[in-house]
Design a protein around this ligand. Sequence first.
Ligand code: AGP
Length: 601
Amino acid sequence: MCGIVGYIGASAVKKTLLDGLKELEYRGYDSAGLAVMQNGRIEAFKAAGKLNNLVNKTASFEPKGFAVGIAHTRWATHGKPTEINAHPHRGERSYVVHNGIIENYQPIKAELIGKGVKFISQTDTEVIAHLYESFLAKLKDPFKAFETTVQSIEGAYAILLIDETAQETIFFAKKGSPLQIGEGESGRYLASSDAPLIGVCESAIYLEDGSWGYVSEREIKIFIGKNIVSPQKKPLPATQGAAQKEGFRFFMEKEIYEQTKAVGETLASRLTANSARLDELSADFFDEAASLRLCACGTSYNAALSASYLFERLAKIEARCEIASEFRYRDPVLRKNEIFIVISQSGETADTLEALKMAKKAGLKTLAICNVDNSSIAREADATILTRAGIEKGVASTKAFATQMTVLWLLAIYIAQRNGADEEAIAKEIGAIRRVPSALAIKPERHERIRRLSKRYLHGHGFFFIGRDIFYPLAMEGALKLKEISYLHAEGYPAGEMKHGPIALADAELFTIALTPKTILKEKMRSNIEELIARDSTLLAIGGDEAAYADDRLDIDERDHPMLEFFETMTIIQLLALEIAVRLGNDVDMPRNLAKSVTVE
Ligand code: AGP
């Protein structure tokens, strides 16, 4: 989704801004731009499409020495992904970049048009620059004009604004979209996530909602309302960590292979000989817990749904799941003895963050399962368990899901222990969870078989991924992976539900991907498969239940625990989606229309 970079300093401003945008590229965008101010003059460049187009456009622009710059990658919300709609947007002498949505932009725009202001883009963002300039004309003070602008806009935003009349200054405002300030040897930086700051700044100031102010060469001033806020610096890692493809064709492919290592990290120091340990949770965290409410979006929601089976089965605690965007507006009944668990890779998903805030406001104890320390969600929740997946660059989530599932399984074991579960049952779970890394290891011959098979699944009028129990959410995840990167229509469905409607679609051109584990509900699954085969659906069975008569089969290893079958099956559906997308010639890591971190609702 949209990304922001700002810089004040004397170190190759254009390169600094472009390098920063490059770090945000994987999050998804459809145009980019930058503006640089030197000696009271601003030059701006914008380009639709990939960052390389902006690099080409700015090829002969080489500002030397001290400069002030802002830059942006845009993921279109208001107006098409054209050059005109790309940020920065300008007034007469000011330029602005913005993430989020200005909800009251229409009345502001109408009023400004009434006063003779000309708009050139279809965006909500352009109003910020014009509004600022209209206040500047009245107040004759950039600081006051910016303050009044911030007071006048509604919605969710992270904003940077530069103005030729306020040299050496970047104004900023943050509400509902992430924004942080970093300081390094070569200058001061602003960014919408840590990625552009890592390696150039030692620490970052994570701005709270409602913050606004300015960064100049001399100082950083942060306000909330009229009050000055003292910045709290938090250390940043020295390097970006593993973010190269390392010989793989795509980040997604590398991340699928990395899952075995990532889950090893997730489990490190969280298992004793016969118990699960979660030092992040205070001893009394679950003391009052009568039930769990899990809330997330997309893949993280699929993890929540799979985990709800584990919580009820192992820990004997009621667990309900919520899609965050639905939860927010349906006036849910919340009980104080319910623990509210949000799951998010990025920690910045707008709907999940707002759902978390709602639950907190209602007095619930909150827990985040998150991959990004210091993210908005991690900072908001009462407690956070980090998934330790490392940076995930592929838009289609893989190792983030594997590590979320591992943490959720650990949590289910942890609560089961507290609820007095049988020691033998716990020991069985501990023994099994230790073997997740090996269940995730990918054999070259397996990958090759999937690659060869993928050529038979490139057409048809749709895919149904079906499964039962924990394999139903996994089927949903398989369908999500496939549609995200192949652009083929796919649905995840509970296998037993097919006969209640979707089976009407069954014919030879309907591809059914059936998840057929051997350790759980195998007879039930067999019957569901027979029903589809009888109606001539083309069927690929993933799992290996021998009786599953199918057109194609991808068998997994003998496993004695459904969760181990779950993880191994997961790698197969991930690789299948990957290989189908590759054959279709799609951009696997940055699929069309998608963003890695969805910071608008
Ligand atoms: C997964 O492949 C997707 N890109 C998407 O569904 C994602 O899981 C969702 O947007 C939630 O993101 P989060 O985990 O960062 O909150």
